[in-house]
Write a protein that binds this ligand. Sequence first.
Ligand SMILES: *[C@@H]1O[C@H](CO)[C@@H](O)[C@H](O)[C@H]1NC(C)=O
Ligand SMILES: *[C@@H]1O[C@H](CO)[C@@H](O)[C@H](O)[C@H]1NC(C)=O
Ligand SMILES: *[C@@H]1O[C@H](CO)[C@@H](O)[C@H](O)[C@H]1NC(C)=O
Ligand SMILES: *[C@@H]1O[C@H](CO)[C@@H](O)[C@H](O)[C@H]1NC(C)=O
Ligand SMILES: *[C@@H]1O[C@H](CO)[C@@H](O)[C@H](O)[C@H]1NC(C)=O
Ligand SMILES: *[C@@H]1O[C@H](CO)[C@@H](O)[C@H](O)[C@H]1NC(C)=O
Ligand SMILES: *[C@@H]1O[C@H](CO)[C@@H](O)[C@H](O)[C@H]1NC(C)=O
Ligand SMILES: *[C@@H]1O[C@H](CO)[C@@H](O)[C@H](O)[C@H]1NC(C)=O
Ligand SMILES: *[C@@H]1O[C@H](CO)[C@@H](O)[C@H](O)[C@H]1NC(C)=O
Ligand SMILES: *[C@@H]1O[C@H](CO)[C@@H](O)[C@H](O)[C@H]1NC(C)=O
Length: 549
Amino acid sequence: MRGAIICAAIAALASGLAQAEPADEFPRYRLPLQPPGLRKRQEEALRLELEKRAGTESEGSNITYTQKWFRQKTDHFDPSNNNTFQQRYWISTQFYKPGGPIIVLEGGETSGAGRVTYMQTGIGRYLTEYLGGIGVVLEHRYYGQSYVTQNLTNESLKYLNTSLSLKDNAYFAENLWKDLPANLSHIRPDETPFISYGGSYAGAKSAFLQIEYPEAYYGSLASSAVVWAGENFWEYNEPLRKNGDPICVAILEETARRMDNYSATGGQALDDFKNLFGVKNVENRDAAQFIFGVLGIWQGGNWDKTLSGAKSWDKFCANITDGLNEGYFDHSCDETVLSATPAGEYLDIEKGIQNFARWTRRSVQSNCGNGNVTECLSTSDEQGFAGTSLADSWKLWSWQVCTEWGYLMGGAPAGFPTLMPRIVDMKYLRRMCQYTFNFPPDFVIDSDKVLKYGGFNLTAPRLMYIDGDNDPWLYATAHSPYSPQKDRSDRLSVLIKESWHHNDENGLGDISLEPERIQEVHRLQIEVVGDWVKEFHEKKGRQWKPPRV
Ligand SMILES: *[C@@H]1O[C@H](CO)[C@@H](O)[C@H](O)[C@H]1NC(C)=O
Ligand SMILES: *[C@@H]1O[C@H](CO)[C@@H](O)[C@H](O)[C@H]1NC(C)=O
Ligand SMILES: *[C@@H]1O[C@H](CO)[C@@H](O)[C@H](O)[C@H]1NC(C)=O
Ligand SMILES: *[C@@H]1O[C@H](CO)[C@@H](O)[C@H](O)[C@H]1NC(C)=O
Ligand SMILES: *[C@@H]1O[C@H](CO)[C@@H](O)[C@H](O)[C@H]1NC(C)=O
Ligand SMILES: *[C@@H]1O[C@H](CO)[C@@H](O)[C@H](O)[C@H]1NC(C)=O
Ligand SMILES: *[C@@H]1O[C@H](CO)[C@@H](O)[C@H](O)[C@H]1NC(C)=O
Ligand SMILES: *[C@@H]1O[C@H](CO)[C@@H](O)[C@H](O)[C@H]1NC(C)=O
Ligand SMILES: *[C@@H]1O[C@H](CO)[C@@H](O)[C@H](O)[C@H]1NC(C)=O
Ligand SMILES: *[C@@H]1O[C@H](CO)[C@@H](O)[C@H](O)[C@H]1NC(C)=O
């Protein structure tokens, strides 16, 4: 009964949020490995969105970051290769007080431009302001405008790997001072503590720096740091399955079960089902991947509801539970009970599936426009994956995924409940890597190149982990149920409640305006880094106190 009341409360809250959203803001599905037709449409939309955002972001802030370029080595490990490229970074000395740290926020697998806002109103702002630090956003090689090569052929992508990128960070820390004014020549790792902050893949890089280059980065804040990598990451949907509204989860689970069942059986039931979801002429696995692309919008969850995508999941969930018979609130919301319930007896699951189908039909329209849906969602045409110009930047993270990181998100193994149909399997997902890079069918995703830094066991004296209990990436972090350090209770290990993917990176520019649990983590991060800075100076026989408390 208690479960039932909670369910009702969540559904009501969710529908309240949905009303505030303009009707035309329909979420785009960003599948990790995109069908070419969908991707082409998304890229255009994304470009427009970034332009719009760039406009509003530069206005709101009086904290100025200057864009600059650092001459970076193309290949740190081959002494015979003297090639360099221009690595972009943004820097501000506005809050600097002598002795303060230098906070280097990792750009990660996107343009660094999108991260400057975290230095103005988020975690970077707080660390620089309270500790009198210099702030930097360092763009990742190949991403944004930090081009390393003239094109993105698989030959040209050979300098895109984690170990080279980590060394970039170290080389940057050691040589940045040469680009700074003479009175900042002490901004070197032996004189000034460099602190790394990263979220997600960038968070993993932050953590790895404490293993590889602790002499360059005195400490790291690793948020949603995906320290584990591997080909099969079906657990991506587990935090949603466990923490999401149980009614929505039950609808998704039952729909996934039917998708698998009908595609095994074929015939009229399959045709009717696909027709209902608006994907009549789409191959089964392509159809399944798209329909369940909605699972990805859970990741956008955030305590800050003004962020784009922060309300998308609630909106979806409110939409598909709309009009379900009132009676279901009288019954237990336990999802396994719900899925086992014969259709219509308690929870009107048929109605839920109809709603989900209605949402998906609208979503097909929004994601594919009036174009040919078969072509938009198909992944079977190898030619669609062609393209090696710098504009094909979608290849970058795909390359990292297909060579080192994995994270293919298919259905759960037999015996586990699944939100993603099991027909979305490794073979299907691997084919996209194969087509994208002309790999042979038996290519290997060598995740040992990532796991060698320690995986779930990775710890270091000045490494702080910050994770979120709802984060779909939780199972790849130090707080994963698989991790031996998941239950740590020291101050360098924080699992934020009701929090998604690196939700601490964002801030409101004024800690006191944030929800209590976010205030707590931001204050703790300032305290932890402040103690590191103090310790750094004490080791050199110097006194240091934070300029603001
Ligand atoms: C930015 O502007 C606000 C309000 O205009 C002001 O209170 C604040 O001190 C300014 N911050 C900096 C760092 O100049
Ligand atoms: C690379 O630089 C080193 C050191 O400056 C120099 O000795 C070497 O000849 C250069 N190699 C090439 C291929 O230019
Ligand atoms: C890609 O760039 C390399 C040099 O950086 C060049 O040798 C090669 O021909 C280019 N390939 C394509 C397809 O543009
Ligand atoms: C990263 O790339 C460089 C250049 O291709 C190569 O020398 C190095 O072995 C690669 N590192 C790993 C771990 O694959
Ligand atoms: C360094 O010199 C510049 C002028 O070149 C001055 O504006 C700045 O305040 C100085 N910074 C420090 C930390 O002394
Ligand atoms: C599909 O579901 C039906 C009814 O639950 C069941 O009888 C059948 O065995 C299932 N078929 C497959 C291939 O799972
Ligand atoms: C649910 O979404 C569909 C498709 O966008 C829309 O037509 C319908 O009005 C929505 N219903 C609710 C209750 O939000
Ligand atoms: C959509 O594209 C598919 C594959 O190219 C083609 O077979 C089909 O005829 C097209 N449908 C329409 C309505 O044009
Ligand atoms: C790179 O692509 C070419 C053709 O585009 C292919 O022949 C080659 O096998 C690919 N290299 C690797 C390492 O897969
Ligand atoms: C991690 O540590 C556990 C013991 O806590 C050990 O059994 C396991 O092999 C370690 N894993 C790795 C990848 O080192």
